[in-house]
Design a protein around this ligand. Structure first.
Ligand SMILES: Nc1ncnc2c1ncn2[C@@H]1O[C@H](COP(=O)(O)OP(=O)(O)OP(=O)(O)O)[C@@H](O)[C@H]1O
Ligand SMILES: [Mg+2]
Length: 453
């Protein structure tokens, strides 16, 4: 349903307000109806009694005195008049007939044969206008003597309006209950939405922050479980990184030893072949190490990002790679320059290797520089755009090609970007190909600056 609010807070407030309103209304009606019925009965009894006694009085005084007497007896609520002529009875509703019967029983027995009638009608003032709120009149026609009737009209004031106290009490109850609902909702909804935020950060592959373990038990347990989970995940990642680092490190020594031993191999062809393999092995080891380290012992300094990117492009261009640099005004940035160089280089090399050519530019977006690397290749399907950042992941197709990568390039780019408080995004380039955006904040947040003393 469209009207039904979706957030827990609003739902809780609406439900409490409606519930309180309904319960108030039911209780109020119960009391009111009870009171009304009591006073109604009493009122009717007194009204009938008065009409009957005035009739008795009329029949006991001389006919001449009757007109004056009726006038004297009338008042704000009563009107009496004498009607002479044939005793006529208009048709009555069952309710009116019941009252007429009660009235008849109050009259002296000698009048038992004569008709008594009761009629309800709306009361109109002398000028013919209805009162507001509408008043009802009960017109009772009673026999004085044969062919002389007393018409007694009782003007019933309208029932009391809905008492203000009840309305005020209901409003206060609704406000108090809604405030209580809002308080509970806040206690539940706040931590829940923090949890949702943290979980979606984690889903995007970022480090999820610890969420506060507050609120009611159920919510607190969820937060606690979530924190335990993120701890576990980061421990796993850490040990993975340590493993990589240990492997990379321990491979260095045997590689150096083999390199020395190779000097004693006489067969030059064999030696050159093995040396080439060793070089590859060494490169792989270095890549593993720097991926594991992420930020590797370099300290930050002020550089011009624009000339750094330009020099990478120029180097690759010199090597005959299809790289286009779009140029940009000086872009001063405080960063670990070698890391940034490695990251940008990885992106450009990917563009060249998998996307035919690289077109590199720098954009300034709020508070950050974005190095944009476009290519004209097949791109990366959206479902693989998270996976390619994991170590050793190479997509189908690249494995078989002669590109010979290790699948660590993007892992490094991501580690470096995050080490600078930035991020790397892969998306479709308008017009085909992949667009990689490496964004580096101009002022790295303190907690990201992993400087070594
Ligand atoms: N510009 C691109 N266009 C299409 N696919 C790409 C692009 N860049 C990366 N990929 C895919 O992502 C995979 C991972 O890239 P990554 O840079 O991490 O590793 P690599 O290039 O295979 O090896 P390395 O960079 O370590 O030498 C690549 O193997 C390739 O399949
Ligand atoms: Mg690569």
């Amino acid at each position: 349903m469209k009207l039904w609010p979706r957030t827990l807070g609003v739902q809780l407030i609406v439900v409490t307000a409606v519930a309180v309103f309904l319960s108030n209304a039911v209780v109020a009606m119960w009391f009111e109806l009870g009171n009304e019925r009591l006073s109604e009965n009493e009122l009717t009894e007194r009204m009938l009694d008065r009409a009957a006694s005035v009739t008795t009085l009329m029949s006991s005084i001389p006919p001449k005195a009757r007109a004056t007497a009726t006038e004297a007896l009338g008042g704000r609520l009563w009107l009496f008049r004498i009607k002479t002529g044939k005793d006529a009875v208009l048709p009555m509703t069952p309710e009116e007939a019941a009252l007429a019967a009660r009235l008849k029983a109050m009259l002296p027995a000698k009048h038992a044969k004569l008709p008594v009638s009761v009629h309800f009608r709306e009361w109109k003032d002398d000028d013919g206008r209805s009162r507001s709120p509408a008043a009802t009149a009960i017109e009772m026609t009673l026999p004085v003597v044969r062919n002389t009737q007393l018409v007694a009209t009782f003007i019933r004031p309208p029932g009391p309006p809905w008492p203000a106290e009840i309305v005020i009490a209901a409003v206060v109850a609704i406000i108090v209950a809604s405030a209580a609902g809002a308080y509970i909702a806040r206690r539940v909804a706040r931590p829940l939405s923090k949890l949702a935020d943290a979980a979606s950060l984690a889903a995007r592959g970022e480090t999820a922050p610890h969420v506060p373990e507050v609120g009611p038990d159920d919510v607190r347990n969820a937060a606690r479980a979530f924190n335990a989970m993120t701890d576990q995940v980061s421990r796993t990642l850490d040990s993975q990184r340590q493993l990589l680092s240990a492997v990379g490190h321990d491979l260095r020594t045997p590689i150096t030893a083999m390199r020395i031993n190779l000097e004693f191999v006489d067969d030059t062809e064999l030696r050159d072949g093995l040396l080439k393999n060793l070089d590859e092995l060494q490169e792989l080891t270095e890549a593993v190490l720097s991926a594991a380290r992420g930020a590797g012992g370099e300290s930050s300094r002020q550089i011009d990002l624009s000339s750094l990117v330009e020099s990478i492009c120029a180097d690759l261009d010199d090597l005959g790679e299809p790289v286009v640099w779009n140029g940009h005004a000086p872009a001063p940035l405080h960063c670990r320059a070698n890391e940034v160089r490695r990251a940008v280089r990885n992106l450009i090399e990917n563009a060249v290797a998998y996307g035919k050519k690289a077109e590199v530019s720098i954009q300034e977006v709020h508070g950050a520089y974005e190095i944009v690397v476009d290519d004209e290749g097949p791109g990366i399907p959206p479902e693989d755009r998270t996976r390619v950042f994991e170590p050793f992941v190479r997509l189908e197709g690249s494995r078989n090609e002669e590109t010979g990568g290790t699948g660590l390039g993007l892992t490094q780019v991501k580690t470096i970007a995050e080490g600078h408080g930035g991020k790397v995004l892969l998306e479709d380039r308008p017009g085909g190909g992949l667009r990689a955006r490496l964004s580096l904040p101009r002022q790295p947040a303190q907690r990201f600056a992993k400087e070594t003393p």
